[in-house]
Design a protein around this ligand. Structure first.
Ligand code: PRP
Ligand code: MN
Ligand code: MG
Length: 181
């Protein structure tokens, strides 16, 4: 693959920092959910990397399911219109659901998902977001576990895309404006 150093302006969070944080949060989650019927729900596609590394940092076996929603399309701004592209396979009734997300940006995706899940009779629904942009919030999302608060810049990597590209970049980095303007 081509070197992308000319397409990013800076690395915000390294892969190493992410993996260390996941260990920390996995220990908290393991303690908080001890003896409970936990179901991890990843939000495709951005959460693929964080789900893969987070679930393997947990000390116990845990089921996972996936929901595919999209609000960004090919642009850099949330449209606010959330579409379900793939619904859950599992019935979450009486399950303790932990939604695993790569990022809370405007908060629109997660606030919509939380409302959607609330109506399905889960025993509890909490959120783990690896990244959060406090300055970009349009709605406040009640997020129990947060990896890193980051500035309001367009970031890619570790699952996060611009027009479906850059998800496989290992670090989280700021995309150079010349790429999308
Ligand atoms: C991105 C990201 C979050 C959401 C956050 O997903 O992965 O799911 O946007 O933005 P918000 O807080 O402003 O709603 P996207 O819709 O781009 O789909 P993707 O995960 O397939 O990239
Ligand atoms: Mn997403
Ligand atoms: Mg996206």
């Amino acid at each position: 693959a081509a070197d992308i150093s000319d397409q990013i302006t800076k690395v915000l969070v390294t892969e190493e920092e992410i993996l260390a944080k996941l260990e920390e949060i996995a220990a908290q989650v393991a303690a908080d959910y001890e003896g409970k019927d936990l179901l991890l729900v990843g939000v495709l596609k951005g959460a693929v990397m964080v789900m893969a590394d987070f679930c393997r940092a947990l000390p116990t076996v845990v089921p996972m399911d996936w929901m595919a929603v999209s609000s960004y399309g090919a642009g850099t701004k949330s449209s606010g219109v959330v579409q379900i592209r793939k619904d859950l396979d599992a019935d979450i009734h009486d399950k303790h659901v932990l939604i695993v997300e790569d990022i809370i940006d405007s908060g629109l995706t997660l606030s919509w998902l939380l409302e959607n899940f609330a109506s399905r009779g889960a025993a509890s629904v909490e959120v783990f977001a690896l990244l959060r942009k406090p300055e970009a919030a349009k709605v406040v999302v009640d997020c129990k576990y947060v990896g890193f608060d980051i500035p309001n810049e367009f970031v890619i990597g570790y699952g996060l895309d611009y027009a479906e590209r850059y998800r496989n970049v290992r670090d989280v980095a700021v995309l150079a404006p010349h790429v999308y303007s």
